[in-house]
Design a protein around this ligand. Structure first.
Ligand code: ADP
Ligand code: MG
Length: 517
């Protein structure tokens, strides 16, 4: 561990044997001048009230000076071995223990650099390349020492709260961002990785605009945020952000201004909550409210239309009979009249079908659940459909899982739901094709999959599929799939669709085992 750490750091700083050699060459200089440098250094350090407090008496001062002299001389021994590392860490521990703030500790190092660099140049007679290389070697060594001494601070209790804060940020279920004054990411926690798909190392230091969709940016959102934060110090609102794959994520943001100890603004903190699920629920609630209105409306309408329709149909039958008997009595019945009646009949039946669909939709009762075998339900239902398949040139294929456990469901409603999907599948294959029905079990319950080899859908059609009244068919009602979805949802299940234009479509219906009732 220690060895690996040592090699890593040396490699990181590109600190090696050549540097050690250059530093060893400085030995005579340091032996001669280091004591004076330490004196100057101590005088400067004492100018800070905090350090003056720490180094109160003479003996402490002397001890400190001796330590520093030894420290400087050790640099010119030029061997970055384990012992060197241990010594630098001890130095950090001492400073941390006496309570020297990290800020002052860094200032001390910069003093050394400032005091010794001109001496090094002079010692090397200002030979340009040589000076340059040596000063860099010296600088790198000081950096190594700072980093090692810093470890002591980082490991100490006094600064542990910083780490705790970091782990709180990192393990939070919400995304927490700290943005600096230039709106660059200073943190990127696990939740952020999960939602957005970028890793911390990819995003730290990147501007916040990386995750703002261009269409949102165009609305002047950033300016609005700045304005609100400047006014109130915080701002909460809903918007969208963008994941690595371009997906838009609906989010709720809570932004707060961050200030440093002197009260200067230094960026802002952002708590981001993924509200995809909440939005989806709101949407489906809206949809079901809309459906309820449509339901009552269409029930009234359908009712008004249905009664007169029955009488029209009855009268048509009577007229047909009359025509037939006329034909028997007086030779030929007029063919055009028969044709007219046929069209009227077809039209009226269409209206009847549409109103029936509306009514079914409007009056969907609560499911009456019983123990049912999904396979049996499908086999029974399909038995009545063979002639439809034959006339449409559709080949039926079934793959039923024989070990499917029974579920609790309303048999006739579930059949209605599946039937709507089957009808659509047949209608999507005007020139025939194959209809495949599969059942299998999932963790949550039963799954039915209905696949056709029909014309499929475009992504836009696929999006609108379950919207009431969406139809691409002349004479379609666009109520089949919304009804199906309603039934499945009432059963606690869900329906999904995958489709490739020109290839075919698969609907997957998940029905849970149902633990209720
Ligand atoms: P309707 O069948 O009355 O049009 P639906 O709600 O049953 O209403 O279906 C809505 C629309 O979804 C259809 O008009 C069609 O465009 C599309 N659709 C549904 N199922 C399929 C399928 N299997 N293949 C292609 N398109 C389909
Ligand atoms: Mg349909």
């Amino acid at each position: 561990m220690a060895l690996l750490d040592r090699e890593k750091r040396l490699k990181f700083l590109n600190l090696g044997e050549r540097d050690a050699q250059l530093l060893r060459a400085l030995r005579p200089l340091f032996e001669q001048r280091a004591a004076a440098v330490v004196d100057a250094f101590s005088a400067r350090l004492l100018a800070f009230p905090e350090t003056a407090q720490i180094v109160r008496d003479r003996t402490t001062m002397e001890r400190l000076k001796a330590l520093h002299l030894a420290y400087l001389l050790r640099i010119t021994e030029g061997a970055f071995d384990d012992e060197y590392f241990a010594g630098r860490r001890r130095m950090g521990q001492t400073y941390e223990r006496v309570g020297l703030a990290p800020r002052l500790f860094l200032i001390a190092f910069s003093f050394y650099f400032e005091l010794l660099t001109p001496l090094i140049r002079e010692f090397l007679h200002n030979d340009a390349t040589h000076c340059h290389e040596t000063v860099i070697a010296f600088e790198k060594t000081l950096m190594l020492d700072v980093s090692l001494a810093m470890d002591a601070y980082i490991a100490s209790d006094r600064y542990r709260h910083l780490q705790q804060l970091e782990s709180i940020v990192n393990d939070s279920a919400d995304v927490i961002f700290l943005l600096d004054g230039e709106k660059r990411f200073r943190t990127w926690n696990r939740a952020a990785e999960h939602i957005f798909g970028w890793k911390a190392e990819e995003m730290l230091g990147k501007p916040v605009t990386e995750i703002i969709p261009p269409e949102v940016l165009k609305t002047g959102e950033l300016e609005r945020i700045d304005h609100e934060i400047a006014q109130h110090g915080h701002y909460q609102f809903e918007t969208a952000r963008m994941a690595r794959d371009g997906r838009r994520v609906p989010v709720e943001l809570t932004l707060s201004l961050m200030r440093d100890q002197q009260g200067h603004a230094m960026g802002c903190s952002v708590i981001l909550r993924d509200i995809t699920e909440r939005k989806r629920l709101e949407e489906s609630k809206l949809q079901s409210e809309r459906l309820a209105v449509i339901g009552t409306m269409s029930a009234k309408l359908a009712h008004e239309i249905r009664n007169p329709l029955s009488s029209v149909l009855l009268n048509l039958d009577l007229v047909r009979d009359e025509l037939a008997s006329l034909g028997k009595a007086g030779g030929h019945s007029p063919a055009e009249l028969h044709a007219l009646i046929r069209t009227m009949d077809a039209e009226v039946r269409r209206i009847e079908r549409v109103t029936a669909d509306y009514l079914k939709f409007a009056r969907l009762p609560k499911p009456q659940r019983e123990r049912v075998s999904l396979n049996e339900l499908l086999v029974n239902g399909l038995a009545f459909m063979q002639s439809l398949f034959d006339s449409a040139g559709v080949k039926l294929q079934t793959e039923f899982d024989p070990y499917l456990p029974p579920i609790r469901a309303d048999e006739s409603q579930v059949w209605q739901a599946v039937l709507n999907v089957i009808r659509n599948a047949v209608e999507a294959m005007p020139n025939g094709g194959t209809l495949t029905l599969q059942t299998f079990r999932s963790d949550a319950g039963n799954v039915v999959q209905i696949t056709d080899t029909g014309h499929g859908m475009t992504p836009e059609q696929r999006q609108k599929l379950f919207k009431p009244f969406f139809t691409t068919k002349t004479g379609g009602t666009g109520l089949g799939l919304p009804l199906t979805q309603q039934i499945i949802t009432e059963h606690g299940g869900r329906i999904e669709c995958e489709s490739v234009a020109g290839k075919g479509t698969t609907f997957t219906i998940h029905l849970p085992q149902s633990t209720d009732t």
